[in-house]
Design a protein around this ligand. Sequence first.
Ligand SMILES: CC(=O)NCC[C@H](N)C(=O)O
Length: 134
Amino acid sequence: MIVRDLETAAGEGRKIVDPGGNWDSTRLLLRDDNMGFSFHITTIYAGADFRMHYQNHLESVYCMSGEGEVETLADGKRYPIKPGTIYILDQHDEHMLRATSEMKMACVFNPPLHGKEVHNADGAYELTAETVTA
Ligand SMILES: CC(=O)NCC[C@H](N)C(=O)O
């Protein structure tokens, strides 16, 4: 069994800060744990408004606190986010994420991240990214 806690993990280099200034994410479970998915606790900063497009990953995002919205760009639909909302990017959906207040999210990625990924110009994570320095 593996047991970790958020504060210790963040202090051990698992916390990645978005160079774009929209979020940080502590990656509690990663590819080298061999679970087939990764699990992250992500903070979306208040006022964030940014595009993502995970062409190489599936992601589910559960809101624990804060409020905002997610918009799917293919159809312009906007979905409010509040504590208890989950959005599931089952179509590799290109989307905008907006935070009206700071949001704490629990995120699962398949395939799992290596740990150091940050978004490329397309809003995706590269499959082969090992180390990206901020
Ligand atoms: C909700 C979302 O995708 N935020 C970007 C960060 C991501 N959750 C991550 O942990 O890398």
